[in-house]
Design a protein around this ligand. Structure first.
Ligand SMILES: [Zn+2]
Length: 206
């Protein structure tokens, strides 16, 4: 791609770093921004800068938060002893949208995937195991996507907590979950967490 301006080229190249954005789309977006009032671009730029500067992760569940403890963990109306294990923040949003889940979350930050070079040490697993071993958790609900990586991750965690005094369940499969939790519709997802099954059964059936 030939550019008539170095500034334009730089902006397009940066935009094209985003996932799913090729150079042509990047160019279209940059040209769009140029057509908008200057303030619009400034709002976007400052929102992104502020996000990177100020964003925090909840010290209990690792969800993205503006505070040290997120609004879910600090809500006394939530069932503090039920913890739903999810891959990332989008899953929290999807489950929250169902309005049916009243427990807390634990965001792993990914799934164990040797192919992608993701091992257990890169995920928020130790803090989960610690939480369970502290006795503060009555039930753990696995809600990872039903892929091989999701299964591997569930099982890895399960092995470390199975001797603790905790109920281990998994969201009902088959009713619901496709590859990614966030794509399941709200009703189906809500149902699959309400109708969760013992984790041992989930292993047998898969
Ligand atoms: Zn939290």
């Amino acid at each position: 791609m030939e550019f008539s301006s170095k500034l334009l080229e730089k902006a397009v190249n940066e935009m094209a770093q985003l996932p799913g954005i090729g150079k042509r789309t990047a160019l279209r977006l940059v040209l769009h921004l140029l057509k908008q009032p200057k303030e619009q671009t400034q709002l976007l730029a400052s929102a992104l800068t502020q996000l990177r500067e100020d964003i925090r992760f909840c010290s209990r569940c690792h969800n993205i938060s503006d505070e040290e403890i997120c609004y879910i963990c600090s809500n006394p109306a939530r069932e503090q002893s039920v913890v739903c294990v999810v891959e990332d923040i989008r899953d929290v949003m999807a489950l929250e949208n169902t309005g049916l889940y009243k427990g807390l979350y634990h965001v792993l930050g990914g799934k164990i995937s040797p192919i992608d070079g993701v091992g257990p040490s890169q995920l928020n697993i130790p803090s989960l195991v610690e939480k369970v071993k502290s006795g503060a958790v009555k039930e753990i609900i696995f809600a990872l996507s039903s892929t091989m990586e999701g299964d591997t991750t569930n099982f890895y965690i399960y092995r470390q907590i199975k001797d603790s005094d905790v109920i281990v369940s998994a969201i009902a499969r088959g009713i619901a979950i496709g590859d990614e939790l966030e794509y399941a519709d709200e009703v189906t997802l809500g149902r699959s967490i309400l109708h969760r099954i013992p984790f041992e059964n989930a292993i047998k059936n898969s």
